[in-house]
Design a protein around this ligand. Structure first.
Ligand SMILES: [Zn+2]
Ligand SMILES: [Zn+2]
Ligand SMILES: [Zn+2]
Ligand SMILES: [Zn+2]
Length: 485
């Protein structure tokens, strides 16, 4: 298992040829390099129209190195990552491809690792070890010179990526992980001309991997592969991002989700982490995985944390979120009884405990117990209520309880909109799933509403030509329109 966050940031990837630049940058216009401060005011005195519109793709990049997660290696192509019928590489029998053309395309990089994978077969190589092996081999065969471009002239090489060497050197958990990876690599790569780098060098490669790695997500936002993209590593994090990363196969796309005056990468932010967490938790995640303290407006706003952990005012006609530490509701003055305080603490403890235990698989009955405890006690925008609904929604879909799924999914919308933001792939997908279920249940009108919402959002986050839209969403909309009339 890769000891990296499951929320690997959404940065870039490049399967490039060994020679040319691998990142294709789509400049907004030739003037996109002008800094916003120097933009002239128009005659009316208003700021000129933005050069980059919400939904515009601002970067397309192929990975520098990537590996399919080993759990998928019998069902997905090791090159294009497509889930389809695949055939094994006849030499190592470790990786599989959808077609000979994919195998040929991958051979440039696979040929170096193929003998090592053959040697360990049928054992499974940990994903992080395979990724490190790929990086070592890539760098050994000219990868040091490869650049990923984020503007026409701006580019980054692997060595330009932050390694966080000093922090990792003082992080016992990371050091232990690195030791185990070193042992795997030494075993795999023994008796070959390629050598495992010394510990210092290996740590610098490892550091670049864990702080710049991306999880490649499939259309349903499941993580299927790990990757390093060079150009996009220029992008910093914000809990209130103005751009998102999505994937098509192994290709990374960055879309603007807000209008921008120009393509200025110092002002473009994506989120590296799960935003459905309190500022304290987000800061902890960022510190642990990326070694920095987030000072974005959301993290520095004291209100945000209170809102995310709010109880519901006991006065039913009031309905605001309150802190149980108070004696009265600040809006309606209703008293906060010790009974409410206890019920709140109990619901929070129970929920946190159960969600922690259900990290991998959520059980519908357990979610229901938590939701029962939360009802009338937690505010509907309390992040633990939203998390429970999220788990319950997925669990209900898993067991085909469509009525339950619809109920949870609909209640999930306000929390998703608030915390993930209005232009987030997860919100778009939630609408799409709701539309799909409504359609299945024969409610075409309701289905159409959700599917059109999904289209409005996913067009921005994925682009109208993304396969999620062309192969799924548009067909669902067509069906819903036919059935609604
Ligand atoms: Zn393929
Ligand atoms: Zn092979
Ligand atoms: Zn933040
Ligand atoms: Zn109140």
């Amino acid at each position: 298992m890769l000891a990296v966050p499951t929320t690997f940031r959404v940065r870039s990837f490049s399967v490039v040829s060994e020679t040319g630049p691998q990142a294709k940058v789509e400049m907004a216009s030739s003037s996109s390099k002008i800094a916003s401060a120097s933009l002239p005011k128009s005659k009316t005195g208003k700021n000129p129209a933005p050069q980059i519109k919400r939904g515009q793709r601002i970067l397309t990049e192929k990975p520098f190195a990537f590996v399919l997660k080993s759990q998928y290696r019998r069902e997905r192509c090791d090159n294009c990552l497509e889930a389809t019928k695949v055939l094994k590489c006849s030499n190592c029998r470790y990786v599989s491809y959808c077609h000979r053309s994919c195998q040929m395309q991958a051979w440039g990089q696979h040929k170096h690792e193929c003998p090592f994978l053959k040697k360990v077969y049928p054992r499974t190589v940990p994903d992080a070890a395979r990724m490190l092996c790929r990086l070592i081999l890539r760098l050994e065969h000219g990868g040091d010179l490869i650049r990923g471009y984020y503007t026409e002239h701006g580019s980054r090489k692997f060595r330009d990526l932050m390694s966080h060497y000093a922090e990792i050197k003082n992080d016992p958990m990371r050091l232990e992980h690195l030791d185990s990876l070193h042992a795997v690599l030494s075993d795999m790569m023994a008796e070959s001309p390629s050598t495992v780098p010394n510990k210092t060098e290996l740590m610098s490669i490892y550091g670049r991997l864990i702080t710049n790695g991306f999880n490649i997500l499939d259309a349903e936002m499941n993580s299927i592969a790990t990757a390093i993209y060079l150009g996009v590593s220029i992008t910093d994090h914000s809990c209130q991002p103005n751009a998102v990363a999505t994937f098509e196969g192994n290709e990374l796309h960055i879309h603007a989700i807000e209008d921008m005056e120009c393509l200025d990468w110092s002002k473009i932010f994506i989120s590296y982490i799960d935003l459905l967490n309190t500022p304290e938790q987000r800061r902890l995640d960022l510190k642990e995985h990326y070694y920095f303290l987030c000072v974005c407006t959301k993290c520095t706003d004291a209100k945000e944390s209170k809102e995310m952990l709010a109880a519901l005012c006991p006065n039913r006609n009031c309905g605001v979120g309150i802190s149980v530490d108070r004696t009265n509701c600040p809006r309606c003055d209703a008293g906060i009884s010790p009974k409410l305080r206890n019920a709140f603490n109990e619901a929070m403890t129970l929920t946190q405990h159960n969600l922690q235990n259900m990290k991998d698989v959520a059980y519908l009955d357990v979610c229901k117990v938590c939701l029962d405890k939360q009802t009338g006690v937690l505010h509907p925008l309390n992040v633990w209520y939203v998390k429970t609904l999220d788990a319950a929604f997925e669990a209900a879909i898993e067991v085909g309880k469509w009525t339950d799924a619809l109920d949870y999914g609909q209640r999930l919308l306000p929390g998703f909109r608030k915390y993930h933001g209005p232009w987030n792939p997860l919100l778009g997908l939630l609408h799409m799933k709701l539309g799909k279920i409504q359609l299945y249940e024969g409610h075409a009108k309701e289905a159409l509403h959700h599917l059109e919402e999904a289209q409005r959002i996913l067009t921005v986050t994925h682009g109208r030509d993304h396969r999620l839209l062309t192969e799924q969403l548009y067909l669902l909309i067509l069906q819903a329109r036919q059935e609604a009339h």
